[in-house]
Design a protein around this ligand. Structure first.
Ligand SMILES: [Zn+2]
Ligand SMILES: [Zn+2]
Length: 171
């Protein structure tokens, strides 16, 4: 099994490297960074001033059977019926997308906190990867598979899978 993180649009190399190290430390499998695509405009919804998550997700392709691909975007994502999403996974294709946009303190008018930002991004990436590894949502609020309705939920959970979820991961 191998995990590929793809930058969608302009994501700082340093951020991608940090996230790669953290994700590979959790799944203990080879993790690579690749350039994704830059043209996010086709998923932009001018009424909502957001990007349609599922549309971007559909453009992500994996090249190998045993690969999981996570697109990292820095734009605000939505799906119909929800105000926004932190990320989305397509279990069938083994692909996922995560937005960094709402994970920064600056988004809420607060001073930047790089460590907190990276921690949140790691949780969201591990969560979406968890879906691609066959996991559903978990009722344990500390578990990384707990659904984040808000950033407070993300901050409450850990980057790890709980003892119930962990054995269910199919690598
Ligand atoms: Zn989820
Ligand atoms: Zn769990």
């Amino acid at each position: 099994m191998k995990i590929t993180l793809k930058s969608l649009g302009n994501i700082a190399d340093k951020t991608m490297e940090e996230l790669k190290d953290r994700v590979s430390g959790i799944f203990h499998c080879p993790t690579e960074i690749k350039a994704g695509f830059n043209d996010l405009a086709q998923a932009y919804n001018p009424q909502r001033k957001q990007y349609f998550s599922s549309k971007l997700l559909a453009f992500l392709k994996k090249s190998e059977r045993d690969e999981r691909v996570v697109g990292i975007a820095d734009v605000d994502l939505y799906v119909p019926r929800l105000n926004f999403v932190f990320g989305e996974a397509d279990v069938g294709s083994g692909t996922a997308i995560v937005s960094l946009c709402r994970l920064r303190q600056e988004y809420y008018g607060l001073a930047p906190e790089e460590a907190l930002f990276l921690e949140r991004a790691t949780k969201e990436i591990v969560h979406e990867l968890g879906h691609t590894f066959g996991l559903g949502h978990c009722s344990n609020i500390k578990c990384v598979m707990h659904f984040s309705n808000s950033l407070a939920d993300t901050d409450l959970k850990e980057t790890k899978f709980c003892s119930k979820c962990h054995p269910k991961i199919i690598l």
